[in-house]
Design a protein around this ligand. Structure first.
Ligand code: V47
Ligand code: SF4
Length: 384
């Protein structure tokens, strides 16, 4: 489906750089890093939005995807102290939690009879737990919900898990897949450029580790997501560098499903002094991501992080996915001050959120297979 030509993309509205970029995008010519930098530096938000919307419409028509999911954060105890993190606690520190496996089973059983398709598992990097522990966790989850898709563990968690179990990346991933792991989430990427990474998360999995784990996963047929934590001390050139490494890896493997820009939230962490980006900046970032990442199918606005209103606007700035029902099962962003302190949306609410933005709600599974097209009908099932 092709959207009608936008006034904001008309010849007489654009400067030479914008015209060149518009024409490249329309001709399917890949944008360079300099193009991406020019887009980030542009103050012409209507242009960015209109062009990104044109691309997302070319790729997905008027479809906007969501899923029915919940999170498990097995522990917030972490050996690292990333400067932006409000979630983690050092071993022994007040406010730490670690669920036993039977408590994890109880969390999963609470969804008995509900049409959830995905569990997302991300937590702190625990000092003592290895592949077999997390493998047993996955096995127990699947014993209760055999059909659920387990999307689990950032590359940062995996690196330490594999080292503890004395496994190579390939051995560790194969073992976890044997236990039932289906895909990897995109966290832990933060900002790849060493000038910034060394200041915000010095000691955890470095850029090479992160890329190697995802590349190995893709080669083994395990798909993954990718993220970028933006809006703190990085500059535009660092974002472009980050996006270029993701685009290069995707050229080699094609294993990324979706890119999720993660807006830095500034409560209760060592970077609080930096403040947060404006909504304008968030929309620009979605648009540039859509335009530059020509080989990643989906761009996700993760609603618990940015709130429902910005999510609706993002759907006109290149975004085609809003994530899921969540069911108040994640604390990473609420602890860092996001407006969604108890993130939870029923399926009818997600459908309404997407319809109000003028798009067609499509329920997907984790791999973007269409489960339900809500283009016409009203929602009739029990809410998840
Ligand atoms: O790597 C931590 C981020 C990530 C803050 O794959 C923060 O579908 C903003 O993996 N402000 C983990 N962000 C989350 C993650 C994820 C999230 C949503 C969807 C998917 C997916 C994966 O959370 C961390 C870090 O980048 N984070 N603290 C903060 N203060
Ligand atoms: Fe630990 Fe992850 Fe928080 Fe860093 S972002 S301190 S690795 S939980």
């Amino acid at each position: 489906m092709q959207s009608s030509p936008s006034l904001y993309l008309a010849d007489n509205r654009l400067n030479t750089t914008e015209l060149t970029i518009r024409d490249k995008v329309r001709a399917g010519i890949r944008l360079t890093d300099d193009d991406a930098l020019a887009l980030y530096e542009s103050e012409n938000l209507p242009f960015l939005g209109a062009l990104a919307h044109e691309v997302r419409t070319r790729k997905h028509g008027l479809n906007a995807y969501f899923n029915r999911n919940f999170h498990i954060e097995p522990t917030n105890i972490c050996i690292y102290t990333c400067a932006f993190c409000a979630f983690a606690r050092r071993p022994g520190e007040d406010g730490g939690w670690e669920y036993r496996l039977d408590e994890i089973e109880d969390i999963v059983r609470a969804y008995d009879g509900k049409p959830i398709t995905e569990v997302h598992i991300v937590g702190g990097v625990h000092p003592k737990r290895g592949v077999d522990y997390y493998g047993e966790m996955i096995q127990r989850i699947k014993a209760i919900r055999p059909d659920i898709h387990v999307k689990g563990f950032t590359a940062v968690e995996l690196r330490v898990m594999f080292a503890r179990s004395k496994m190579t990346t390939e051995q560790g991933l194969l073992a976890l897949r044997e236990y039932g792991l289906d895909s990897l989430p995109g966290g832990g990427a933060e900002i790849f450029h060493p000038e910034i990474r060394s200041q915000i998360c010095d000691t955890k999995a470095d850029t090479e580790n992160w890329l190697h784990i995802h590349e190995t996963a893709h080669k083994l047929g395990i798909p993954s997501n990718c993220t970028m934590l933006y809006g703190h001390i990085e500059q535009y050139r660092h974002r472009v560098h980050h996006l270029s490494l993701l685009r290069n890896l995707q050229d080699r493997t094609g294993g990324f499903n979706t890119f999720i820009p993660l807006k830095f939230r500034d409560d209760n962490n060592d970077l609080s002094y930096v403040g947060e980006t404006t909504v304008i900046e968030d929309l620009k970032n979605y648009a540039v991501s859509r335009l530059y990442l020509d080989n990643i199918a989906h761009i996700k606005a993760y609603w618990p992080m940015i709130g429902k209103t910005t999510t609706q606007m993002a759907l006109s700035y290149g975004v085609d996915d809003v994530d899921g029902t969540i069911d108040d099962s994640t604390k990473i962003y609420s602890m860092a001050g996001s407006e969604e302190q108890t993130p939870k949306m029923s399926t009818p609410e997600l459908i309404q959120l997407i319809r109000q933005a003028g798009l067609i709600p499509i329920e997907r599974d984790t791999l973007y297979n269409v489960l339900h097209d809500y283009s016409k009908e009203t929602f009739a099932e029990p809410a998840a």
